[in-house]
Design a protein around this ligand. Structure first.
Ligand code: SAM
Length: 420
């Protein structure tokens, strides 16, 4: 294994890497920290860059700490646990600003005040465990090698308590590939997804639910995986749970998206849903997490999502929260923009998946020119790309702030406020 004996880490970059230079080539170093001197083992060498992993720390970063998790650096789930939590937020702020500058040529004066997670651990209500030969865990960084775990510090403690029965389940389903867990802290109940290449016998699933799993597991679905999409084959028990978020209550089905960091739910709504509007269009509404509070500050709200289960939940949630000024539609963001082209829109609210919005969607937005746009993003690279196009088309960025939804990992959530 080739070793680079002395690398000076200048800054952290997206993906969880420290950036160094070796003979004019960029080196991306896993598990390094800002302002430190390390030796590193080369993992991959390409024409224009090298990927490496820290071997020895020669001069330690002032922000380095002992990672609390015993699986850290074996399991690939976390990338920043060796850095103090406050510094992790600062690093993400710098990456966000730098992405906007580099990708979109946007020089933002500074970010709004970041919203920190209330807990640095135990914040996740969702887990996606990998399973291999009766063992359960997560893949090591950049591989399909399973690192078997008994607990994950990022998960809500209730999910960790469930792990022994999930291991037992893994031993009983021979071709089980993944188990996804969704936990509701307000109801103290779980929904499971079992991902298998061949169908699971429904009677067997019922027996497992009764004999292996605790009564708090209220529903189990069997799914196949097609690319990164999950397709439901069958479901036993209840296929939804409820989440209480302050004074709002949501029904969330096993197939709908829900915000993973429960410690930030209320903050997220408070900091994103502000002002008052006449006509609002919301794309990527999911089960209505933002739609319900957004409808309270709007005269009329039209919300859409491409996931039919999410739209069913959202419609139910409007009734549950007594909102009658919101209409939900099952369609793509593109279709919604196209169907409402030419209408006056005071606010367009976007919360797309990691890929951001498409060129066609941007074209329709720039034709229709909603007065304001709020863009919630979980990927600074696609956010910067999209804001670049929107600002060229006449929008200016009023402010952007970081929401530390994913402590210990490289993921960056932010919200941008744009005005025409
Ligand atoms: C990051 S989630 C946000 C959901 C919701 N805003 C929330 O906070 O719970 C992104 C949502 O976009 C939806 N989605 C993915 N691709 C889409 C598309 N092309 N058009 C519309 N919605 C899409 C997903 O189904 C998912 O509900």
């Amino acid at each position: 294994m080739k070793v680079l004996p002395e690398l000076s880490i200048k800054k952290m970059v997206y993906g969880g890497y420290g950036l160094a230079d070796h003979l004019g080539k960029k080196v991306f170093v896993r598990y390094s920290a800002p302002m430190e001197l390390v030796s590193a083992e080369v993992i991959k060498e390409k024409k224009d860059h090298i990927e490496a992993v820290v071997k020895d720390i020669i001069l330690s970063s002032p922000w380095r700490r002992t990672p609390p998790c015993k699986y850290y650096q074996y399991c690939g789930g976390c990338q920043l646990q060796h850095i103090q939590p406050d510094k992790q937020v600062k690093i993400k702020e710098e990456i966000l600003l730098e992405s906007l500058q580099r990708i979109a040529n946007l020089n933002i004066d500074g970010l709004g005040e970041s919203i920190s997670s209330k807990q640095e651990f135990g914040y996740r209500i969702k887990a996606q465990f990998k399973v291999k030969e009766g063992k359960l865990g997560f893949f090591a960084w950049g591989t399909h090698d399973l690192v078997s775990i008994e607990e994950c510090l990022l998960l809500h403690p209730a999910i960790n308590k469930l792990i022994p029965s999930l291991v037992e389940l893994s031993k009983n389903i021979h071709d089980l590939q993944e188990i996804h867990v969704l936990y509701s802290p307000s109801e103290d109940e779980f929904l499971l997804k079992l991902i298998t290449p061949t169908p699971c016998d429904v009677d067997k699933m019922r027996r497992f639910k009764e004999n292996i799993l605790p009564k708090e597991v209220v529903g189990i679905g069997n799914y196949s995986k097609l690319g990164d999409k999950l397709l439901r084959r069958s479901h036993i028990g209840r296929s939804f749970t409820y989440m209480q978020v302050g004074r709002y209550r949501y029904r969330v089905s096993n197939d709908s998206f829900f915000q993973i960091n429960f410690t930030l739910w209320e903050e997220l709504i408070k900091s994103v849903v502000m002002g008052s509007y006449r006509r609002v269009v919301e794309l990527h509404c999911g089960a209505g997490f933002f739609s319900i509070p957004l409808s309270e500050v709007s005269n009329f709200l039209l919300s859409s999502d491409s996931n039919p289960y999410a739209i069913k939940d959202a419609e139910y949630n409007a009734k549950l929260n007594m909102r009658d000024n919101v209409v939900f539609t099952h369609e793509s963001g593109y279709q919604t923009l196209k169907n409402h082209a030419g209408e006056v829109i005071d606010l367009l609210f976007l919360d797309p998946p990691r890929g951001g919005i498409t060129t066609e969607e941007i074209r329709l937005i720039l034709q229709n020119k909603p007065k304001e746009i709020i863009y919630v993003s979980c990927n600074p690279t696609t956010l910067a790309r999209d804001l670049g196009k929107l600002t060229l088309g006449g929008y200016s960025v009023k402010s952007i702030k970081l929401i530390d939804n994913f402590p210990q990992t490289y993921h960056i959530e932010s919200v941008a406020y744009l005005t025409l």
